[in-house]
Design a protein around this ligand. Sequence first.
Ligand code: IMP
Length: 209
Amino acid sequence: MSTAGGKTVKLILATRNAGKVPEMHAILVDAGVNAEISALDEYPDIPMVPETEPTFVGNALLKARAVAAHTGLPAIADDSGLAVDELKGMPGVLSARWAGRFGGDDQDRANLDLLLDQLTDTPAERRGAQFVCAVALVMPDGIESVSEGVMRGRLIRERRGENGFGYDPVFVPEGDSRTTAEMAPKEKNEISHRGIAFRAMAAELAEML
Ligand code: IMP
């Protein structure tokens, strides 16, 4: 299974979004891991695992364990969200459904509208926040590894930028004046919680093989 020997490792990325596969592949290649990655769309019979844990790490592990158990292959899963200082770390694991459940584009809009409302009276110096991502790797033999990535920044009052998703239009990373929705995807990946966590996981996997 080692890449040093030129072998390819088969992995399942626990996402229904097949678009994430090439991104993951590129990160693994950079870490020296030759991987053949499948997304869950190739395994339609795997049931969706509800994200019931109170932490990002817990939810990422839940999903990766379920997929590894079902497929018998190494599985990678992530969980992420926005932790706002003024809200004591919320929305946190509830980021995707902070305003309740709407679905589609309305979901992101409703979540962000609610967050901006909640922070109306919060002055600039208390608008710190961070995006957090946990990535879990579960091997079929039960070996597990978790990597985390954090991107610190602050929340502005009005949306800016068209890229990204979720809370990107109001999040300005430390050291920049643009929101992550004003950055090209590649540029965001270089500094993002998800990019950091996935690169750490890739390094971890390279060690294991
Ligand atoms: P997940 O799909 O359970 O990991 O939920 C992630 C949620 O956190 C998304 O629906 C967004 O609301 C938020 N989120 C996570 N990462 C980002 C990001 O990079 N930009 C904007 N919002 C994010």
